[in-house]
Design a protein around this ligand. Structure first.
Ligand SMILES: Cc1ncc(C[n+]2csc(CCOP(=O)(O)OP(=O)(O)O)c2C)c(N)n1
Ligand code: SF4
Length: 489
């Protein structure tokens, strides 16, 4: 009778087949002897034993472990380089019941992602980060990492790392343990079986703390990269023991159940932030008055000081008051005055997919430059409101209909050119009939403190409406029509 039986099994947390390549469905893409495979196994076993596979979400990095989502049969998100802690934060705060695992290499976490890890740890995000430190950039062929040892050569430090030129190795566990919020930080190593068992324990502990809702937990794992280190798997493990442990001492750097200062205010979830925790009936719905009106996209362009951005804000505010989905996307140059400024406003009955507008329904061109620059964006069914009484000489005919509204002049006549944008608002309201005049008054009242200016703004809106009205419905006697206000095209 056999004294022992060989059992080959795989954690149920891994997919049965790895679909990455048709001919490689039973093996990972990792090199023989690579630590990533071992860490994956430790995480998968812990998740299975804890019975949390259904609510576990893995956020993979950019690096050799970028394909982790081919292996873990759980929720998967692949973050941009270094952004795992930020993505994991969003995932956790959107799904507070989930177990969120961030997984990062040392290039990903300690170089391009330094800010993300520090701030996620400092906020005490209730996530777990596994930091696989192999002292090098593996995926890209062996460039120096922040954790590369002094004297260790890499493709970008072939002479060996010199502190005077490349600085010292970054000690991430020590660095994070200076912060108040983290509850658990430990450094472990995959140098031999005894240490792998310690790593196994640490992985479990970190995940268990998260399950208990404790706070930010972090495990740094010193891990072999035989390929880039140009060693056999055995030599690589030995190198960890002989070289890395001296620089990166193993041990527990933080171990507590809760952050030191008990805070009565719970972390804000994404659901709360977006107000989605209210019953559906309480969410703003389009009113009957606005329902028949179509969606509207507007681009407003001019120079700083013309109230371009404010006009966009007021439009968006009006849309919100009418129960529309809205977006307002400003863009302006570095100059406070006279630089170019424009904004995009969407007023929609559905969720706004993108705040960027390629072909606005209406372009409000507050100056000649904007007219020249943006006219081509407006299609044949669109319209342009141009701040002048006539088109510039030699202006090529446009596909869209252009209405000349001498808004600055009208506003000046009312006492201040500050109201130019409100003349344009009036013209827009008359042109589109998308939003009621009264809503403009209400939105303005909330924004403009100065009573005198508020009054002028009201007159300006009316004047803009009247100006457009004349152009839209010319009198029966065309000869009696005031040529000054005729449509430009
Ligand atoms: C924005 C951006 N910058 C740089 C890269 C190139 N790049 C890909 S992976 C990587 C570093 C990988 O090293 P590490 O995080 O240590 O992971 P390992 O491959 O060693 O597991 C770099 C610099 C990239 N993909 N994207
Ligand atoms: S290059 Fe290094 S880190 Fe990447 S898979 Fe190979 S051994 Fe692992």
């Amino acid at each position: 009778m056999d004294e022992y039986q060989v059992i080959e099994s795989k954690s149920p947390v891994f997919y049965d087949k790895y679909e990455r390549k048709s001919e490689l469905q039973h093996q990972t893409h990792y090199c023989p002897g690579c630590g990533h495979g071992v860490v994956h196994k430790l995480i998968a076993e812990a998740i299975a034993d804890m019975g949390v596979q259904d609510r576990a979400i893995f956020v993979s990095p950019v690096g050799c472990s970028v394909f982790a989502y081919y292996y873990f049969d759980m929720g998967n998100v692949q973050a941009a380089h270094g952004r795992t802690p930020a993505v994991a934060t969003a995932v956790k705060r959107s799904n507070p019941e989930s177990i969120v695992i961030g997984y990062q290499g040392d290039g990903d976490l300690a170089a391009i992602g330094t800010a993300e890890i520090i701030h996620a740890a400092n906020r005490g995000e209730k996530i777990t980060i596994f930091f696989v430190n192999n002292a090098i950039y593996g995926m890209t062929g062996g460039q120096m990492a922040p954790t590369t040892l002094v004297g260790q050569s890499s493709t970008t430090s072939p002479w060996g790392r010199r502190p005077s030129n490349e600085g010292y190795p970054l000690h991430v566990s020590e660095l994070l343990s200076t912060l108040e919020a983290p509850v658990y930080i430990e450094r472990v190593a995959l140098s031999d079986n005894k240490n792998i068992m310690k790593a196994r324990k640490a992985v479990r502990k970190a995940l268990e703390l998260q399950r208990e809702g404790a706070g930010f937990s972090f495990v740094e794992i010193l891990s072999p990269c035989p390929t880039i280190w140009k060693m056999t798997p055995q030599e690589a493990r030995k190198w960890i023991e002989e070289k890395m442990l001296a620089v990166f001492p193993l041990g527990v750097y933080r171990d507590r159940k809760l952050p030191p200062v008990a805070d009565a205010v719970a972390q804000t979830t994404v659901t709360e932030l977006l107000g989605l925790d209210r019953p559906m009936e309480e969410l703003p719905r389009p009113t009957a008055a606005t329902e028949p009106h179509p969606n509207l996209t507007v681009k407003i362009a001019g120079f700083g000081g013309q109230g371009v951005l404010l006009l966009g804000q007021i439009l968006a505010e009006m849309g919100m008051r009418e129960g529309r989905e809205v977006s307002w996307l400003p863009s302006y140059g570095p100059e406070m005055r006279s630089g170019s400024a424009h904004c995009h406003v969407c007023l929609s009955h559905e969720r706004v997919g993108s705040p960027v507008i390629e072909h606005p329904d209406v372009l409000i061109a507050m100056n000649e430059l904007s007219l020249h620059k943006f006219t081509k964006m407006v299609g044949p069914r669109g319209a342009i409101l141009y701040n002048s009484d006539k088109l510039p000489a030699g202006f090529a005919p446009a596909e869209a209909k252009i209405y000349c509204v001498p808004a600055s002049e009208i506003a000046d006549g009312l006492g201040t050119t500050k109201a130019t944008n409100m003349v344009m608002l009036g013209a827009l309201l008359e042109l589109t009939h998308t939003l009621p005049r009264e809503t403009a008054a209400a939105a303005l009242k909330a924004k403009v403190r100065n009573a005198k200016l508020l009054e002028v703004d009201g007159h300006a809106i009316d004047a803009g409406m009247a100006c457009l009205h004349k152009q839209l419905a010319p009198p029966a006697d065309a000869h009696a029509h005031d040529s000054e206000l005729a449509p430009c095209s």
